[in-house]
Design a protein around this ligand. Sequence first.
Ligand code: SF4
Ligand code: SF4
Length: 347
Amino acid sequence: MIVKISYDKLPDLLRQLSDKLAVYLPVDKENGTSVYEKYEEGKTLSTKLNTLRSAKDFFFPQVQPMAKFRMEGQKITVEDPREEAEDFVIFGVRACDVRSFDVLDKVFLAEPVDTFYENKRKHSIIMSLACGRPSETCFCESFGINPAEPAGDVRMWIIEKNLYLQDVTEKGKDLLSKLDLSALAASTDESANASAVDKEKSRVQSVYDKLPLHDLKPTDNRDRELEVFKSDLWKELSDKCLGCGSCTFVCPTCQCFDIEDFNAGTETHRFRCWDSCMYKDFTMMAAGQPRKTQLERFRQRFMHKLVYYPKDHEGMYSCVGCGRCLRRCPIHMNIVKVMKAFQEEEQ
Ligand code: SF4
Ligand code: SF4
């Protein structure tokens, strides 16, 4: 079912949702970025394409407390911070970021299941938002993602002065059934709404087709793993990489982490925090660093996204074409340049 409400009614929709459960949405910040924040009266939905940090924070936060050890004399007690999460809505997630949840699920929900991640993931309800005007750094379609038809539990389109909502999953249907749509003066004229959405999808496609990366396609290198690994191209591509890790921190699919203990005197806090395969101390072991040069670390990041991950997951790539790394790298290196360099080498 697709329902239409006037975009003016968005605050009422958010109010109705937040009366039932916590709602998080992208909001504009003074520095020109947008970030996810908990909805409260007066906050409005950002219409920017990508949030600065992706929505992976909800399931795989930058810092995750894992345990607390308290010492009293000879006695040590262990506290487990895990509590069953409450249902919550992530409102306005773009198509690329919704796909990133599938990429992360295959890692964190594989055996042994990461219960910290699973707890948040199963309580989330995703209300995705179609992109009306994809930008020149977008290349989601390279990975089979339709920016005008995001996955999620409920998908939404902003078309002219209206907001269209479609239930996609049972969870989404259940959520919409709890809302008083008549108070939002919703139109449920299925055929008119579906036709407006179809028109919008075609319009977005014609915008996308004019973008510089519209015809970028990843090369399936699953059978050429060793050849790609040994390529001389890595030297040239990685030469200027500063190892700053910005690309990994903004990436919705990067999942490297470190586990550390912080000694706070009478108690010790164990936490997990994001790490980066671009850092020279990543995976440092007693025997030393297995990837000693920036070339090796750089190669690892892109081999993982474009070869190892698809090899392990039936061809699914660990990139969703969100374009964040294209905008954030201080030396303008990114996954698009890597993909193009290997395509040119093959030709
Ligand atoms: S590698 Fe870059 S474009 Fe791909 S998902 Fe990560 S940040 Fe987005
Ligand atoms: S953002 Fe650029 S310079 Fe920094 S680690 Fe990534 S590729 Fe290297």
